[in-house]
Design a protein around this ligand. Structure first.
Ligand code: MRU
Length: 347
């Protein structure tokens, strides 16, 4: 797979996911504002990838600060500006706060260059740790994938949505290596088609058997094609296990419940929001209506029609069979299992 992003000390090159699968183009970001724009436009997308890109953006932003005497004030503005790019994926705020706190804990007498080097090391660690976490998620997740599995997934929680390997697709990749995959049904994921453009692309590139369906085919596919497990990613998981993910995930979880199929979420610790009690407190990003009234550049709806375009929905914990993390799989009762996880990681 192509690298989602490449850090080159003074620039961050971002694989433009809006152009995939037709074109493989990298955007060179020289400043944090361009990274923010890339996040807002979904040129880089997927919760862990957004987090890592923002971490590198914090380094670029820090380098741009000219007045050292107000460094932390300026860095705070950059942090908050980056966080405002997309509200739902908590990995974004998590990474920005980590970088800010790294600078805040540096003693005042170290040089600017050393401070930047420490921030850069941390951003690289966030990037590399994400790949390690995904491999572990893949390992644990592959254990619960049945032999000769027929899976369904939604959106793209793959290498492209992360720093490599993927969360839900990481599980699928690991299960494929263990020769457990018969077929993966891929929801196209309207309105921006991350399933069709990105998940189908990733799976096909690695010869993992996959079949693309439109979102409204999920129930019938599950009923008629012997789907026996669903796995998706998440953008934010509340303390009670409610999980926000790409719009349509909630519907898929309800369909799984109706057909008695296990529905799993795969996500690293950075996707847990230990400050949010329930899904009701998770901010859901609303995006422009033209994502619905158009497919690509083609207008498909009457001009001026009202639209409602929530980018995410929240799946209630009772629909989630388990959450696959780098620490293993946690299950209901989630209030207890997530508290235990929090104790373990002391995030
Ligand atoms: O709007 P997107 O494409 O950023 O939404 C991405 C998702 O919903 C993913 O499933 C989620 O971020 C998990 S990625 C490992």
């Amino acid at each position: 797979m192509y690298a989602t992003m490449i850090w080159e000390k003074d620039t961050l090159s971002i694989l433009d996911q809006t152009k995939l699968p037709e074109k493989t183009v990298y955007i060179t970001c020289y400043n944090y504002q361009r990274v923010k724009e890339a996040i807002a436009k979904l040129e880089v997308r997927g919760a862990p990838a957004i987090g890592a890109a923002a971490a590198f953006a914090m380094v670029l932003g820090a380098k741009e600060i000219e007045n050292y005497s107000v460094f932390m004030d300026e860095l705070k503005k950059i942090r908050d500006d980056l966080i405002s790019a997309r509200p739902t994926a908590v990995n974004l705020a998590w990474a920005c706060h980590q970088l800010y706190n790294c600078a805040a804990t540096c003693s005042l007498d170290i040089s600017f260059d050393i401070l930047i080097a420490r921030m850069e090391d941390l951003a690289l660690k966030i990037y590399n740790d994400d790949i390690k976490c995904n491999k572990l998620i893949g390992k644990y997740g592959a254990e619960i994938v049945p032999d000769s599995a027929t899976l369904i997934t939604h959106c793209n929680a793959g290498a492209l949505a992360t720093c490599g390997w993927g969360t839900a697709l990481g599980v699928i990749r690991s299960a494929h290596l263990a020769k457990k995959i018969k077929m993966v049904y891929v929801d196209e994921t309207r309105p921006l088609l991350q399933g069709a453009r990105l998940t189908a692309y990733e799976l096909q590139k690695e010869n993992i058997p996959c079949t693309l369906i439109t979102d409204n085919m999920a129930a019938w596919t599950i009923k008629t094609k012997g789907v026996n497990i669903a796995i998706t990613g998440a953008d934010r998981i509340a303390l009670n296990g409610d999980a926000a993910n790409k719009i349509g995930t909630y519907g898929l979880a309800l369909i799984c419940k109706a057909h008695n199929i296990p529905f799993y979420i795969a996500a690293p610790i950075s996707t847990f929001d230990f400050t949010t009690a329930t899904g009701a407190d998770i901010p859901v990003e609303q995006r422009k209506g033209d994502e619905i009234t158009k497919i690509g550049d083609k207008v498909i709806a009457p001009e001026g029609v009202a639209t409602f375009n929530p980018s995410f929905d929240v799946t209630p914990n009772e629909l989630i069979t388990g959450i696959i993390t780098e620490y293993g799989i946690i299950r209901a009762p989630y209030i207890e299992s997530i508290k235990a996880l929090q104790e373990k990681v002391k995030k």
